[in-house]
Design a protein around this ligand. Structure first.
Ligand code: FES
Length: 178
């Protein structure tokens, strides 16, 4: 489910402690945090309930992996509560960030995949800013593709989302504009 941070109204920003602690440590700025918190208290209420349980106990740690995809160009954030028992097979690696984005309804306009996970572009690049993936070290073929996009030179956090496999740690990722 996507929260448009541009238009989400700031209203009730109160969140349960564990969820609030997580939000305060994200790379979102203060205004974005307030808009996301307000959205969780309104349209995103179902997601809030699951996230609160996830962060305040261990009961969901073996079944759900929360992933946030912050889209810089849209100023929006997709919250994906990945069911660990239903791995998304493609595009790219089995259980990749890109595969889950597609499985949960996020299309090419939100996260590009010009070569459909064939490791011959870098349009699917994201920055994994928080959390450890299942394969934290890019293989050579992925590494070689990271710097081909001159408009989005890689940082230490850059990965190709079609090659980045989701594990059981929450991930906060950014789809860069430039
Ligand atoms: S979609 Fe082309 S490398 Fe990932």
């Amino acid at each position: 489910m996507k929260c448009n941070l541009k238009s989400a109204l700031i209203s009730d920003t109160t969140l349960p402690n564990a969820l609030n602690d997580w939000l305060k440590n994200t790379p979102l700025n203060k205004e974005q945090q307030n808009r996301y918190a307000s959205w969780l208290n309104t349209n995103g209420n179902d997601i809030k309930e699951v996230l609160n349980e996830y962060f305040s106990s261990d009961s969901l740690k073996d079944t759900i992996t929360p992933v946030w995809l912050y889209h810089e160009g849209e100023n929006s954030i997709a919250t994906i509560l990945i069911n660990q028992n239903q791995a998304a097979p493609e595009p790219g690696e089995y259980g990749s960030l890109l595969a889950y984005a597609r499985a949960y309804g996020y299309d090419e306009k939100f996260l590009c995949s010009d070569c459909y996970g064939q490791l011959s572009c870098s349009s699917c690049a994201v920055e994994v800013l928080q959390g450890k993936t299942k394969n934290p070290t890019p293989k050579d073929e992925e590494y070689d593709m990271l710097d081909i996009d001159l408009d989005r030179p890689p940082t230490e956090f850059t990965r190709l989302s079609c090659q980045t496999v989701v594990g059981n740690e929450p991930l906060f990722c950014k789809i860069r504009n430039t």
